[in-house]
Write a protein that binds this ligand. Structure first.
Ligand code: NIG
Ligand code: FE
Length: 422
């Protein structure tokens, strides 16, 4: 039995009522807090919490780790529901090419981009991929991330896509943070199938999806639905095959063009639609009233200098907006959710309360974990961030670029121990 007590917190943030698995529309601005709070965790779960004024006291101090969080906020840890963290090599050369004026599309057309990443990955061993991805995830945990979704998509062949998903499984066994896996074989058309689009899609639907599902290697299925990548029809073929094998859909849509993928994905029951930088009114109305989560990736917009997703219109339409890093070597070489929070406030004009809900509760919901993560609620996992002494909650996204985190706890155990634990 392990127990952890956090007391004297300036506030426990995100103390949503039991049973709350997401917040949508105007309710996103409601971020419940308990000032001068305490929280008790047992065996990795939140057992009780309240205000110090009603502190019941502790009779048994054995095996109890005590944290005095005076002056510090305690927040649910960041959930990051969209990453491509298993990759072989950075693409900093493309970064310089973009500074010189080439676009993301120009770079892909001259052999860079996703295909470049796939060629590098096919040559790399599972061990090397694991070691690299593990250190990236350890950095993300220190930055407060307690749960993450990781996509394949840099393999683009049956063997290499499976290789990535096996690495994700190894990461799940090796690290304390929660990890969900997504099959993104439909990320780009590999050179072997350049003249046979239908053949590649058939390989995904008829061979890869059944095999991945049989080995339990993925939770979700994804498609990059975009001009020059995959069409709406091809996306639906992949989503239908995924659904048959129990893989819920999370899709890349509307990054550069609005092709009608959002209404189609909503109709197919997608868990989330991600990116959404280019939106038509019909895309927003398709999401309004649906249970599909729009997952926004503002650090991708920042890095590629493309438009930011219309977060305000999506919140006004009543949706449950989530935030993610999109960590990958091509469009977002950062898995730092603190930066995502700042960009959400500065560029998407989300209120700090909305951004925190989007990066915790709704982000957990976007990986089907809203029942166990994303808020400080009795029964949920005791996975949280304890901040340094900061003047307000808004100060976290406001003072961007500084490290405001003191301690990170996953399932009741510190993974980064700061001054609060001393
Ligand atoms: O989410 N847009 C598609 N996939 C990734 C980028 C992939 C890459 O450039 O390597 C994204 O931005
Ligand atoms: Fe992505």
């Amino acid at each position: 039995m392990s127990r952890l007590l956090i007391k004297n917190a300036k506030a426990l943030v995100g103390t949503h009522a039991p049973g709350t698995t997401r917040v949508a529309g105007a309710a996103m601005a409601q971020l419940p807090m308990i000032e001068q709070g305490w929280l008790l965790a047992r065996d990795g779960r939140i057992e009780a919490l309240g205000t110090m004024a009603d502190w019941p006291g502790i009779t048994d101090w054995n095996d109890l780790t005590v944290i005095d969080a005076s002056g510090r906020y305690v927040l649910p840890g960041w959930c990051d529901p969209h990453t491509h963290t298993v990759f072989a090599a950075p693409r900093d050369g493309e970064f310089v090419d973009r500074i010189k004026g080439l676009s993301y599309q120009d770079i892909a057309a001259k052999g860079g981009g996703i295909l470049n990443s796939a060629l590098r990955l096919r040559d790399m061993s599972e061990e090397d991929l694991f070691v690299q991805a593990k250190s990236r995830l350890e950095e993300m945990m220190r930055q407060g991330t307690v749960a993450v979704e990781i996509k394949s998509g840099y393999g683009l062949s049956l063997e290499s896509e499976m290789k990535i998903l096996r690495v994700v499984r190894q990461l799940r066994d090796a690290l304390p943070l929660r990890i969900k896996a997504t099959l993104l074989a439909a990320h780009a058309l590999p050179p072997e199938f350049a003249q046979d689009r239908a053949g590649y899609v058939r390989m995904i639907t008829d061979e890869l999806i059944p095999q991945v599902a049989a080995e339990g290697l993925a939770d979700f299925v994804d498609v990059f639905c975009e001009a020059d990548y995959f069409t709406v029809d091809e996306m639906i073929q992949v989503l239908v095959a995924g659904a048959v094998h129990g893989l819920h859909a999370k899709v890349h849509v509307n990054q550069f063009t609005s092709l009608g993928a959002i209404p189609a994905a909503v109709k197919a029951g997608a868990l989330s639609v991600d990116h959404l930088e280019v939106m038509e009114p019909a895309d927003i109305s398709a999401l309004s009233g649906s249970s599909t989560i729009p997952t926004l990736l503002p650090s991708c917009s920042f890095f590629l200098r493309i438009p930011y997703a219309p977060a305000r219109a999506l919140i006004d339409a009543g949706t449950a907006v989530a935030l993610a890093s999109d960590h990958n070597p091509g469009s977002t070489p950062s898995g730092n959710m603190n930066l995502v929070l700042s960009l959400a406030c500065i560029q998407l004009r989300m209120l700090p309360e909305e951004a925190v809900n989007a990066a915790t509760l709704n982000a957990a919901a976007a990986m089907d974990m809203g029942h166990e993560l994303g808020s400080l609620t009795v029964g949920k996992r005791a996975s949280c961030i304890i901040t340094k002494e900061v003047p307000s909650l808004a100060y976290l996204p406001y003072a961007f670029g500084s490290d405001h985190i003191d301690t990170v706890i996953i399932d009741g155990e510190p993974v980064r121990a700061g001054a609060a634990l001393a």
